[in-house]
Design a protein around this ligand. Structure first.
Ligand code: UD1
Length: 338
């Protein structure tokens, strides 16, 4: 069965392509390489023995999206990762985010609506909950006003899909709300490749550990948490990738309860910034140079998932701990700096 993975050369996308190929799916990747590298195809081949089909397409070019679906009429499912994801940049360039993340989503959905049956998996984010009132966060927690255009594109993306599904019984969709993805493939063949200075905690930790950065800034230690630093739910990227395959299989086999469903994808365990640092120090045997600085504007205090729905309904559960995921992130960092 042929599956389109947009953004399949990216961090989560590439790990998902591996899991799809391991399950026997034939994968076609669309990526514009705006934040990824074609060499990732070799990494995927090294792991699975098979290089996926690849089309370098900018999804903002509507006619190219139309041509693609015309050419590949046997695509049964789409996993849509392609999107811009830097929160700060989205504040500076809102229209870029609305065009990249919303425009392209609309073009793909329009094509899927033309099919007799289509399955669609959407990369959403726990950012839709903002600072939730209750922990752990369940899927029915209220959606808060978005803190950034990036966050808004995830909320709007979900609404666009829900509205489209309501009037399109042939379209089945699942939105996966990721908590904080991290780590790299155990083979060391694929992993996170942040361009420039990493905005996210784990790549900043590993780059500091290897000496590429002098010091990690810990954004605030005066939060109302046990050690004063923010708490997040760090989910191993291979666990997250597997959730996509299970979600797609659910739709393809018609086991979904409605034609639009939403699931949290996290571990259910919260870890503080200092705990993440200590986990790095343990797996690497190195002391990390870090300094407590002011809070980062827009950061929430705590977010971790209630994973009951994903466990029971989807039949998926995270298997790896923060420490195991950190170990793979560290192996990857050492390999790419070799
Ligand atoms: C952010 C986005 C989220 C997005 C995710 C994926 C928001 C509020 N959050 O999550 O939507 O899906 O990225 O990329 O929009 N930290 C440091 N020092 C650093 C970097 C981070 O102390 O150099 C701390 C942060 O303050 C935070 C934690 O580490 O407490 C995790 O930060 P980060 O990795 O940036 O993820 P989020 O902000 O949770």
């Amino acid at each position: 069965m042929k599956v389109l993975v947009t953004g399949g050369l990216g961090f989560i996308g590439s790990h998902t392509v591996v899991e799809l190929q391991n399950k026997g799916f034939e994968v076609i990747i669309i990526d514009d390489c705006s934040n990824s590298d074609e060499n990732v195809l070799e990494g995927i081949k090294a792991i699975t023995g098979k290089k996926p089909l690849y089309e370098k397409i900018d999804l903002k070019e509507k006619h190219k999206v139309e041509d693609f679906f015309q050419c590949y009429q046997d695509v049964v499912g789409v996993i849509h990762f392609a999107a811009s994801k830097a929160v700060g940049e989205s504040v500076e360039k809102p229209l870029l985010y609305y065009e990249n993340n919303i425009g392209t989503l609309v073009y793909i959905l329009k094509e899927l609506c033309k099919k007799n049956k289509a399955s669609f998996i959407f990369s959403s984010s726990c950012t839709v909950y903002g600072q939730a009132d209750k922990m752990p966060i369940t899927e029915d927690a209220p959606i808060k006003v978005a803190e950034s255009p990036y966050g808004n594109t995830k909320q709007m993306g979900e609404e666009i899909i829900a509205d489209t599904c309501k009037v399109t019984p042939s379209l089945n969709a699942i939105a996966l709300r990721y908590f904080n993805p991290m780590g790299a493939h155990p083979s060391g063949e694929i992993g996170e490749l942040p361009i420039g200075v990493p905005q996210n905690l784990v790549p900043f930790i590993t780059q500091t550990g290897i000496g590429l950065r002098d010091q990690l800034s810990v954004f605030g230690d005066d939060y109302p948490t046990p050690d004063g630093t923010c708490i997040r739910d760090y989910i191993y990227v291979v666990d997250l990738a597997k959730a996509h395959v299970i979600a797609l299989e659910r739709l393809l086999s018609g086991k979904n309860e409605s034609n639009y469903e939403v699931f949290n994808v996290g571990t259910g365990t919260g870890s503080s910034v200092l705990e993440a640092i200590h986990s790095f120090e343990k797996v690497s045997g190195r002391k990390l140079n870090y300094k407590i600085v002011d809070r980062r504007p827009g950061d929430i205090t705590t977010a971790y998932a209630d994973t009951t729905k994903a466990n029971k309904v989807l039949g998926w559960k995270a298997e790896y701990t923060l420490e195991e995921a950190m170990n793979y992130a560290w192996i990857w960092e050492q390999k790419i700096r070799d």
